[in-house]
Write a protein that binds this ligand. Structure first.
Ligand code: PGA
Length: 265
C-alpha cells in the first residue's frame, strides 16, 4: 500500500522566486518532524511547468531533505513527440525529475476541453511511462443536486480506465474532487465522501487493479485547509489530500501536514 499523501496543486500560480522560497519555508516548518513525515507520508507539489526543474534542484540542494518533497506535473501530452505547440510530453517531464502527473482535473476538463477519451489517453501514457497518475474525478453541483453523483463518477472511472493496462500500475492516486467544493470554501462532508470512497474502491476491485487495489490511494480534494484537514483525514479510507489554494503558502501547506501527522493541535 503506498503511503498516504499530501499533494499541492499550484495551478497557474507562483513564479520562480516564490517557488524557491516555498521550498525553503516548507523545510523550515517541518524541521524537527522530518523523520516522522518521511516515514508516514509522500508529499508532492505540482507547479507550473517552468518551475519544475528549479524546484527539483532546490530540493536536491538540501541533501538531507531530498526525499521529502517530490515534484509533479499538472498535465501531460499523450504523444511521444511532434507538432503539438504548447504541449509537454512525458519524455521531457522525466528528464526534469517529475514523479507524478495530474490527469483529468475538472479545470482541464472545463477550460481546456479535456474529453473523456483524452483523459483516457493521458492516463495510459502516464502509466506506461511509470509516472504515478493522480486521476481526478468528481461531480458538478447540479449532478449531486439530482443525486446522480455515483453514476457520474463511475462513468468517469470507466472511461478513464478503458483498455488501460492495469498490471503495470505500481502506484496510483485517485482524487475525489467534487467540482462544487473546489475553491469555494465548502468542503464535502464525511456523509458525502465516505460512500464515494467505497464506490472507488469497489471499482478498483472490479476493474482488476493489481492486488485488488493495493497500490491505490484515494485522496480527497476540495477546499482542504489547516482547519478542516484533521477532521477530513479521520474519515475512513481517506489516504490524503489534493490541495489547491492552501498549498500555495508553505505555512498552510505544512500545517495541513501537521494535522495529518497529529502534530500541533
Ligand atoms: P482547492 O482546490 O483546494 O483550492 O479547493 C483543489 C483542487 O482543485 O485540486
Amino acid at each position: 500500500m503506498p503511503k498516504p499523501a499530501l499533494m499541492g496543486n499550484w495551478k497557474m500560480n507562483s513564479d520562480l522566486s516564490s517557488a524557491v522560497g516555498f521550498v525553503e519555508e516548507f523545510f523550515k516548518h517541518i524541521s524537527g518532524i522530518e523523520g516522522k513525515i518521511r516515514e508516514l507520508f509522500d508529499v508532492v507539489i505540482f507547479p507550473q511547468f517552468p518551475l519544475i526543474k528549479p524546484i527539483v534542484d532546490s530540493v536536491e540542494a538540501g541533501a538531507r531533505w531530498s526525499d521529502l518533497l517530490r515534484v509533479g506535473a499538472q498535465d501531460i501530452q499523450p504523444e511521444d513527440r511532434g507538432a503539438f505547440t504548447g504541449a509537454v510530453n512525458g519524455i521531457c517531464l522525466k528528464s526534469v525529475g517529475v514523479s507524478s502527473v495530474i490527469i483529468g482535473h475538472s479545470e482541464r476538463r472545463w477550460f481546456f476541453g479535456d474529453s473523456d477519451s483524452l483523459v483516457n489517453a493521458k492516463l495510459s501514457t502516464t502509466i506506461n511511462m511509470n509516472f504515478e497518475p493522480v486521476l481526478c474525478i468528481g461531480e458538478p453541483g447540479e449532478i449531486r443536486d439530482k443525486g446522480e453523483q455515483d453514476s457520474f463518477v463511475l462513468a468517469q472511472l470507466e472511461t478513464a480506465f478503458d483498455s488501460v493496462k492495469l498490471d503495470s500500475i505500481s502506484a496510483i492516486s485517485l482524487a475525489y474532487e467534487p467540482v462544487w467544493s473546489i475553491g469555494t470554501g465548502r468542503n464535502a462532508t464525511e456523509a458525502e465522501i465516505a460512500p464515494m470512497i467505497e464506490l472507488i474502491r469497489g471499482f478498483a476491485t472490479k476493474a482488476g487493479f493489481p492486488g485488488g487495489g493495493a497500490n491505490l490511494r484515494i485522496l480527497y480534494g476540495g477546499s482542504v485547509n489547516p482547519q478542516n484537514a484533521s477532521e477530513l483525514y479521520s474519515i475512513d479510507g481517506v489516504d490524503g489530500f489534493l490541495v489547491g489554494g492552501a498549498s500555495l503558502d508553505a505555512l498552510s501547506f505544512s500545517a495541513i501536514l501537521d494535522a495529518m501527522a497529529g502534530e500541533g493541535e
